[in-house]
Unconditional design. Structure first.
Length: 202
């Protein structure tokens, strides 16, 4: 990680009306809210026609607990400046590579022909990115934070991310913000996912 005491660092993003928005590392106290967010995200997927990604058991509480204990779970919060009440509205796992599922990449979902990533730069991976409801630009804020976190300790930042072929919302978001589709990777359970990459230079 780029910071020595990342649990103590709060990343100020923007101010919206009377609410301050910031990103911090998740704690176990956030766990119930995180499970609510992932439940809501599955509903958003189903409503948009994505019925095959993230079954009812994913991500499990055990997976989310591990993200918290590993220090990789980031949460986007809104804090009312009058009442002081904090509301977690989105989350992601931001993990330093290499990721074993990204070691091999294929041209398409048949996974019969291998291809190559555009570069072999050190990278971070975003997994389990989700928001409690659409419309907050929450995913965009979290992704941009990932680049900022990496650029804090170096002049170049590369992020890899994957999503289901049916996740039209995420495909649109990633392309809109400059991610390049590179092919298809295979998850640990063998399922295919479309892989994206983006590099930012300070």
């Amino acid at each position: 990680m780029p910071f020595q005491n990342i649990q103590d660092i709060i990343y100020l993003c923007i101010e919206m009306d009377k609410a301050m928005t910031y990103i911090r590392c998740a704690t176990y106290e956030d766990l119930p809210r995180l499970m609510e967010i992932y439940h809501a995200a599955r509903g958003i997927m189903r409503d948009s026609g994505n019925h095959r990604q993230w079954n009812d058991a994913y991500p499990s509480e055990g997976i989310v607990r591990k993200d918290i204990s590993d220090g990789v779970c980031r949460v986007l919060c809104m804090k009312d400046e009058v009442s002081g009440e904090e509301n977690v509205i989105a989350a992601m796992a931001f993990i330093e590579g290499p990721d074993p599922t990204y070691e091999r990449i294929y041209t398409d979902e048949s996974m019969s022909t291998e291809t190559q990533w555009p570069d072999r730069n050190p990278y971070h991976v975003i997994h389990r990115i989700a928001a409690i409801e659409p419309g907050h630009k929450a995913a965009e804020i979290l992704i941009n934070h990932g680049f900022d976190e990496m650029l804090h300790s170096g002049g170049q930042a590369t992020i890899r991310i994957d999503t289901h072929a049916d996740n039209v919302i995420m495909h649109h978001l990633l392309k809109k913000h400059g991610f390049t589709p590179c092919g298809v990777i295979r998850l640990a359970d063998g399922a295919p996912r479309t892989a994206y990459i983006k590099t930012v230079i300070k």
